[in-house]
Design a binder for this molecule. Structure first.
Ligand SMILES: *[C@@H]1O[C@H](CO)[C@@H](O)[C@H](O)[C@H]1NC(C)=O
Ligand SMILES: *[C@@H]1O[C@H](CO)[C@@H](O)[C@H](O)[C@H]1NC(C)=O
Ligand SMILES: *[C@@H]1O[C@H](CO)[C@@H](O)[C@H](O)[C@H]1NC(C)=O
Ligand SMILES: *[C@@H]1O[C@H](CO)[C@@H](O)[C@H](O)[C@H]1NC(C)=O
Ligand SMILES: *[C@@H]1O[C@H](CO)[C@@H](O)[C@H](O)[C@H]1NC(C)=O
Ligand SMILES: *[C@@H]1O[C@H](CO)[C@@H](O)[C@H](O)[C@H]1NC(C)=O
Ligand SMILES: *[C@@H]1O[C@H](CO)[C@@H](O)[C@H](O)[C@H]1NC(C)=O
Ligand SMILES: *[C@@H]1O[C@H](CO)[C@@H](O)[C@H](O)[C@H]1NC(C)=O
Length: 517
């Protein structure tokens, strides 16, 4: 399997500077290049989109008069040449600056059945298909024509975890079913519980004082009867606003997510998705920020995370959720939802999250753990297996050769089968720059993380059919945010993200120039 290469992986020497980083691989210092269109979030122009997903990452039904749940704020700042650019999108005294919105209200309101204003985009009456087309349309308006890799936007994702088992809106492991028969319980207050949100948008405009920058916001609620205004009341709520850090020039994305009685399970992530092809959990071609896709074991993620409110005991705050797709035989996904499998790995940093993987509950552990030196430790080796490094592991529902005992991941919450490796802060992962113990990076512990995501993700167990060639672990989404999992009481999480970057060693491209990213 894929870990034999681990022993020769690398001696990492991190010498992060402001804009460049160096890595020692086989004694050769290598430059890092950014894989994102907006490295370190220092672009002066705004490139943000918002997508809303139902339980299985589709639309289902649009909210009347709200349009298809894809929106974008793509705004350029033009200042007269005698004004001083301070870097990072900051200019001195912006009275001479102009703001150009590349996406207007008409674009943002487009809904199923509407004709797109320009050629090349097909309208659909089906809300699922219309949304994927709208994402590509908005992407075309936002696209930054950088050669050879154009890019579109940071993606904000909101997802409603309600699932109405009386409907057939979601397939089972990718298979269309005429009736949902399952013992699993899901929140749903009654008919219509899988609705999309109402969304409000403050288009980017000039903000700041001596140092001027663009600032804007998206917010919304799932409670369709709410009269939101300034007062959220007891309704569900999410918001993401952006402004510049005037000392670094990075965007600060400030997030808030609140659950309500009717919507006890909500997700809000900031995503760096692939600029073309599929992205994590999404089986349609989309738009995004990752102009080159990172591949294990050689890439890093850098970001600053500042958590103000945790979101309660069930808030699965992910200091990175990485998503990809490959088949159980190791082949890349091709859109066949019966054999494609979404693969997720998530580190949950809420200190209240416990380890379901335990010596007396091996069903929630991966079959084995791979140590930093490449050693395989089976989950039944109770004196050696690091149980507390895992929250839970679950297997893809379409896997044919699973090792007992096993648990199948939720077969309904993705358009196809999925596999989840959820890990917790632990010294086993800290060797890659990840939190070492519970509480690291949590409320009040703002940090800039330099995570060797490539090395960590190459050490994770993912299922493959016996005897098949190990899959290339190419990640199409890198996300940060929280999933407030079914909360009894109303819970709120609040956090901000800045300085986000994904770094690839330059040698990967030279060695790999024939591969199609
Ligand atoms: C910006 O410059 C104009 C003209 O020089 C001046 O009137 C204004 O007060 C300045 N604004 C700020 C915020 O410094
Ligand atoms: C919005 O933009 C589209 C295409 O970008 C254009 O066709 C349309 O006229 C614009 N609408 C308004 C109200 O400006
Ligand atoms: C599903 O149908 C059952 C039986 O008709 C009904 O009792 C239940 O309330 C329905 N659930 C929802 C979420 O509508
Ligand atoms: C949501 O955004 C709208 C539009 O910018 C704004 O008017 C409203 O105050 C915001 N609501 C809350 C509760 O922040
Ligand atoms: C919110 O719910 C609490 C507890 O149920 C209630 O006391 C309060 O009046 C509600 N507030 C609003 C604005 O509805
Ligand atoms: C801006 O960045 C600096 C350096 O990381 C940090 O100390 C400061 O708190 C940030 N400002 C805000 C408003 O986040
Ligand atoms: C999806 O994207 C891939 C990779 O860019 C491309 O080869 C394929 O043609 C696209 N498919 C559709 C249906 O647009
Ligand atoms: C532990 O698990 C491995 C792999 O599944 C198996 O080969 C071995 O027999 C097990 N050992 C014990 C003591 O159960």
């Amino acid at each position: 399997m894929g870990f034999s290469c681990l022993v020769l992986v690398f001696v990492v020497q991190q010498l992060f500077g402001q804009s460049s980083a160096y890595l020692l691989i086989h004694g050769e210092p290598t430059n890092y290049v950014s894989a994102v269109g907006d490295p370190g979030m220092t672009n002066p122009n705004v490139r943000v989109a918002l997508e809303a997903w139902n339980f299985c990452n589709e639309v289902g039904f649009e909210v009347p008069n709200v349009g298809s749940p894809r929106w974008a704020d793509c705004t350029d700042l033009y200042c007269s040449s005698d004004f001083v650019y301070l870097g990072g999108g900051l200019v001195n005294n912006g009275s001479q600056c102009r703001v150009l919105h590349k996406v207007n209200e008409t674009d943002n309101r487009l809904g199923a059945g509407d004709k797109f204003p320009i050629m090349g985009f097909e309208s659909y009456a089906d809300p699922d298909l219309f949304a994927k087309e709208k994402e590509l349309y908005l992407g075309s308006l936002c696209e930054v024509q950088e050669s050879p890799n154009p890019w579109q936007f940071w993606m904000i994702m909101v997802k409603n975890g309600n699932f109405d088992k009386n409907t057939t809106l979601c397939p089972e492991n990718g298979q269309k079913v005429s009736k949902i028969v399952t013992d699993r319980n899901f929140p749903c207050f009654g008919e219509g519980c899988m609705n999309q949100p109402v969304v409000y948008h403050k288009y980017s405009m000039l903000g700041g004082n001596q140092k001027v920058y663009l600032t804007g916001e998206f917010n919304g609620t799932y409670d369709l009867d709410a009269n939101l205004g300034e007062n959220v009341g007891n309704n569900s709520f999410f918001s993401v606003s952006w402004k510049k850090n005037t000392s670094t020039g990075s965007w600060i994305f400030s997030h808030r997510l609140t659950t309500s009685t009717k919507y006890p399970w909500l997700m809000l992530y900031l995503r760096a998705d692939a600029t073309e092809g599929f992205n994590g959990g999404y089986h349609y071609n989309g738009s995004g920020m990752l102009k080159k896709l990172p591949e294990s074991p050689n890439f890093m993620v850098r970001l600053t995370l500042d958590i103000k409110l945790g979101g309660g005991p069930n808030s699965q705050f992910y200091l990175l959720d990485i998503g990809s797709c490959w088949k159980n035989n190791g082949e890349p996904c091709d859109g066949d939802v019966l054999t494609d499998v979404t693969r997720y790995s998530e580190m949950i940093i809420n200190p209240e999250t416990t380890s379901w993987c335990r010596p007396d509950n091996l069903v929630s552990c991966p079959p084995y753990h791979i140590s930093p030196t490449g050693e395989i430790i089976y989950r039944n080796e109770t004196d050696r297996f690091p149980y507390s490094a895992y929250h839970l592991y679950c297997s893809p529902g379409n896997a044919k050769y699973l090792e007992k005992p096993y648990d199948i991941c939720d077969p309904y919450s993705n358009p196809q089968s999925q596999e989840l490796v959820q890990i917790l802060p632990h010294p086993e992962w800290a060797v890659h720059g990840y939190p070492e113990k519970k509480g690291d990076g949590w409320i009040g512990d703002r940090r800039t993380w330099e995570l060797d995501v490539g090395a960590l993700s190459s050490r994770l167990y993912f299922y493959q059919d016996p005897g098949t060639k190990p899959a290339r672990r190419i990640w199409s989404s890198i996300n940060i945010g929280t999933e407030i999992y079914v909360s009894r009481t109303r819970e709120t999480a609040e956090w901000s993200v800045s300085d986000f970057d994904v770094l690839l060693p330059e040698f990967t491209h030279k060695a790999d120039s024939s591969s199609s990213y």
